[in-house]
Write a new protein. Structure first.
Length: 666
């Protein structure tokens, strides 16, 4: 496409761009949707120049504004996007498009404007002085010096040639004359002149190239495969030889044959196990053991008679035993006392072992708490040391930075003092313009604020109206039909009644039915009570005998209690562990008092939680010990009460049933 048209499209896309409304990509796509006549290469050129001008907007704005202040006072502001595009290409894309293409782009425009712009942009003094300074405010000075200033200084000779061409075009403006066409001259036809014969060139005979012979390696296996097979065979031979050596000189422990002593011991163990076997016994299964604390059976007349017979039989056995004792037979009380003492000793040892384990657990817990506290203390010390070290490093770094800043400040002040005289007028003008801009901005902000307040009030009023309308619409319409349960819907006959009256009559009928049921229940219970009273009178004779037995058992229990007084666990190892636990606990408490610091509240909370858990564990252990001691005391009671509880269970169950019936009647 023509270079002039390309620049026109570029200027047009820059003119229509508004950064406050749309982005670069969105604007480019919308623009090319409207202008579909551009080719793909031209689109790429326009997009690259457009995006580059937007990206480097600050540098381009500064450069073009200074151009209008210095050289372009006679140029219109409408051409500033054209100058921006040419400035962007000259500064950033000259290496890609080349000086010839840039020359064509410049020559396609007005020569007077282009000459002024190029003489300003490629002025060596401007580039080295204030243009470089202005560009360095936006980008890094090294980048500006290497990527912008140096390439432009290199291109100065070629750009001067372009400026000369523009000057020559301005000075020699000539109106091109239209060239007159010469008149056509007629020529006779050359009909009789024979054509020259065409001599055919001989056809070239194609020469077939010689084929390369098949290499010898095609039909031979590779040498690497042969080497691998040789290595495998050698390794196999070596492994077989090493296996033979190992089999010849194997250790004694690898011998799996059993000795005669081992075989003899195994035979003895087998005979011992076989002697314990009993295959010829009469019953393969043991009979179920009859527990003494059996569940009480419901008494009836037959059981009462059976109980009386049993009491008589036991009385006879007791008389017989007394007779044998009178005759000189020994009693088993000594054996029972010895057995009780041995059980007491075993229980004391068991309780001592439990207490020892509990104390060891508590000691290990205290040691763990102490170790954790020591670790926290070490961590705090290391953190404090690191903080001090980092503070020192930061102080050194800040001092170094302050020194560098002071040096830089002095250097800047020196350079500013050198340029101050030159730029003083510019700064005053700039300050005047800035004050004008501030006043205008302040007025515009005040107007905008008032407009926003008015719009906000209007919006609030509209929102309130909308909310009122929505509230009116959201109120439900009452369409329910109220119903009174005390009214009748019929014409008013004698048998008509309302729902409330119907419910009342139903409740009265239910109450009457319940009263009838209660009456029948009382009659049944009265009959049962009379029957139970008759059975209780018959049981009184048996209960007298049982009371005597209970009294004897209580006396025996008193004697056993006096003999087996509860002893405290007095173990030397347990006492040592208790003393060790107290030492650890006091050490931990001292450590916690030392480490009491607001920075470790979380650790203290954890230790408090651990102490609470430990206290709960101690209470549970104490309860368990108390339970074991109760079991030890009640082990003797179980034997004496086993027989009496079976007998008294039936009578107690009857009494409980009668008391329950009386309570229900009340």
């Amino acid at each position: 496409m023509n270079h002039k048209i390309l620049l026109e499209y570029t200027v047009d896309i820059l003119d229509t761009f508004n950064p406050g409304l749309e982005g670069v990509d969105e604007h480019a796509t919308n623009y090319f949707d409207e202008h579909t006549e551009l080719a793909e290469v031209d689109k790429i050129f326009v997009i690259e120049v457009f995006s580059g001008c937007v990206r480097h907007r600050r540098i381009l704005d500064v450069t073009i504004d200074r151009f209008y202040l210095k050289e372009g006072k006679t140029c219109l502001r409408a051409y500033q996007n054209l100058f921006k595009a040419l400035c962007y290409i000259a500064c950033f894309r000259m290496n890609e498009i080349g000086i010839s293409t840039y020359s064509k782009l410049v020559m396609s425009q007005d020569p007077y404007k282009m000459m002024k712009f190029l003489t300003y942009l490629f002025n060596e003094t401007y580039i080295n002085t204030w243009l470089c300074d202005e560009w360095s405010k936006t980008y890094d000075p090294d980048y500006v010096q290497e990527e912008l200033v140096a390439p432009m200084l290199k291109r100065l000779p070629k750009v001067r040639e372009i400026i000369k061409k523009l000057k020559s075009r301005i000075e020699k403006v000539e109106i091109p004359k239209q060239a007159k066409k010469p008149p056509t001259e007629s020529k006779p036809f050359q009909i009789t002149k024979p054509r020259p014969k065409v001599i055919m060139s001989p056809e070239k005979i194609p020469v077939m190239p010689k084929h390369k012979s098949v290499p010898a390696s095609t039909y031979k296996p590779p040498s690497v495969q042969n080497q691998l097979s040789q290595i495998k065979t050698e390794n196999k031979k070596k492994s077989e030889e090493s296996l033979k050596k190992i089999n010849k000189t194997k250790p004694k422990c690898s011998d799996t044959t059993k000795s005669t002593k081992f075989k003899k011991k195994m035979q003895e163990l087998q005979l011992q196990e076989e002697s314990q076997l009993n295959f010829n016994r009469k019953y393969n299964r043991r009979t179920a053991e009859i527990t003494e604390n059996a569940i009480p059976v419901k008494l009836n007349a037959a059981t009462i008679l059976r109980e009386g017979a049993l009491i008589g039989k036991k009385e006879e056995e007791e008389i017989k035993k007394l007779a044998e004792l009178e005759a000189g037979q020994k009693d088993e009380s000594e054996f029972l006392e010895w057995q009780a003492s041995m059980r007491e000793r075993d229980l004391q040892e068991k309780l001592a072992e439990i207490e020892r384990k509990r104390l060891e657990g508590r000691i290990s817990h205290e040691e763990a708490i102490l170790a954790r506290q020591n670790k926290i203390k070490e961590n705090r010390e290391t953190v404090q040391a690191l903080k001090v070290e980092t503070e020192e490093m930061m102080q050194q770094y800040l001092q170094q930075r302050l020194k560098e800043e002071a040096e830089m400040r002095t250097l800047v002040e020196n350079t500013i003092m050198d340029k101050k005289n030159v730029k003083e007028a510019k700064i005053k003008l700039q300050e005047y313009k800035q004050s004008l801009v501030r006043e205008v901005n302040k007025e515009s902000q005040e107007l905008m604020r008032k407009a926003l307040e008015e719009a906000e009030q209007e919006m609030k009023r509209k929102i309130e109206l909308i909310q009122q309308i929505k509230a009116m619409e959201s109120v439900p319409i009452i369409r329910t039909k109220f119903f009174d349960i005390t009214e009748t819907n019929s014409p008013g006959f004698l048998n008509d009644m309302s729902i409330a009256e119907l419910r009342e009559r139903l409740t009265l009928m239910k109450i009457a039915k319940q009263e009838d049921e209660e009456k029948k229940r009382d009659e049944i219970l009265e009959s049962k009570r009379q029957k139970d009273q008759m059975l209780i009178e018959k049981l009184e004779t048996i209960s007298k005998h049982r009371m005597e037995q209970t009294r004897q058992a209580a006396l025996k229990l008193e004697r056993t209690k006096n003999l087996t007084i509860r002893q405290e666990i007095n173990d030397k190892q347990v006492n040592e562990l208790k003393q060790k636990l107290m030492d650890k606990k006091s050490e931990r408490l001292r450590a916690t008092q030392r480490v009491a610091d607001p920075d470790i509240t979380l650790v203290n909370a954890k230790t408090r939680r651990g102490q609470e858990l430990f206290e709960e564990k101690r209470i549970l252990d104490a309860r368990r010990l108390e339970h074991l001691e109760k079991l030890r005391d009640l082990s003797i009671l179980d034997k004496t009460r086993g027989q009496t509880s079976k007998r008294n269970g039936d009578a107690n169950s009857k009494r409980f049933a009668l008391n329950q019936i009386i309570a229900e009647k009340k």
